[in-house]
Design a binder for this molecule. Structure first.
Ligand SMILES: [Zn+2]
Length: 298
């Protein structure tokens, strides 16, 4: 391929250069799960594979297979499912990976320290391999808003190339979790050092309710950030805006389910997995695949 064609083509699809491994316990089930990230051919996309099930079924990580589940993102395809996929998806998207097969031996992804840092670091250390196939890009050409005045997420055209994100968190003046905003222009460096380390969080009362219902029994104050009336319990924030940073991380993971690189800006106000996932479902429909036009022009 000559230089001009390469330039006209824009970004190319990438996979990881080497196999990467991560393992840890799931928050909800407490079960230990091993993840193996494998390099994949162009146009594979991101695919989970349940190695613990008969016939080792594949689950494509696409918004069409998302199903509603409390406080997490779950994918169901045919008879198999995977859940808590948002941090894995954020790590791959944030680190610029188009194609990857993730072998797992359980349904629930590991909770790690509540952040995507271990996964992003493993992907970073595996290195990237660039194919000669154009990446799938979506340019947002008109605003798409999901939600209402209480909580929404909106994608808009942007004059700045790439994906710009803003998350505004506001649980009200009574909440022990402070209202904060986080913004970023997504790049692997920005993601690895500024977004991936932000941990998930709960209020103490929500944590007690969860454990009373028999879930997350093994989770302690050290496994995520738990907010009591006067701030994090037995823990320190990694960033003053760690909670909105983490919500931005979740947003990236959910948007990754659109299966394209988004060219535009996304503003989220109090949104969660449901709204984020519904936006991801709309994005390929409401936007143009800019690479196709570039390839034809070349
Ligand atoms: Zn999260």
């Amino acid at each position: 391929m000559d230089f001009l064609t390469k330039m006209m083509q824009g970004p190319l699809q990438r996979t990881i250069a080497h196999v990467a491994h991560v393992n840890g316990r799931g928050y909800w089930t407490g079960k230990n799960v091993s993840l193996t990230f494998l390099p994949a051919e162009p146009d594979t996309g991101i695919v989970f594979r349940r190695m613990d099930l008969v016939d080792q079924p594949m689950i494509p990580a696409l918004a069409a297979h998302r199903t509603d589940a409390p406080l997490r993102t779950k994918l169901v395809y045919r008879d198999a499912s995977v859940e808590m996929v948002e941090h894995v998806m954020a790590a791959l998207y944030g680190m610029g990976i188009d194609n990857c097969i993730i072998e797992c031996d359980g349904a629930e992804m590991p909770g790690m320290d509540g952040s995507a840092y271990a996964m992003a670091l493993a992907i970073h250390q595996a290195g990237r391999f660039t194919s000669d196939r154009p990446a799938k890009l979506c340019r947002i050409e008109k605003p798409i808003r999901i939600g209402n005045a209480e909580a929404y997420v909106e994608a808009s055209p942007s004059s700045c190339p790439g994906l710009t994100l803003v998350y505004h968190l506001d649980y009200g003046p009574e909440s022990p979790i402070p209202s904060t905003s986080t913004s970023c222009l997504l790049s692997p460096e920005e993601f690895l050092w500024s977004i991936a380390p932000a941990r998930t969080f709960l209020t103490q009362s929500d944590a007690v309710k969860l454990q009373d219902s028999g879930l997350a029994k093994h989770v302690t104050h050290r496994d995520l950030v738990i907010f009591g009336p006067s701030g994090p319990i037995d823990n320190q924030l990694r960033f003053p805006d760690e909670c909105s940073r983490h919500k931005l991380l979740d947003l990236i993971g959910d948007l990754a389910l659109c299966g394209h690189w988004i060219d535009g800006s996304v503003f989220a106000y109090r949104s969660g997995h449901n709204l984020n996932g519904r936006l991801a479902e709309q994005i390929p429909i409401h936007s143009s695949v800019t690479n196709d036009a570039l390839t034809k022009a070349a």
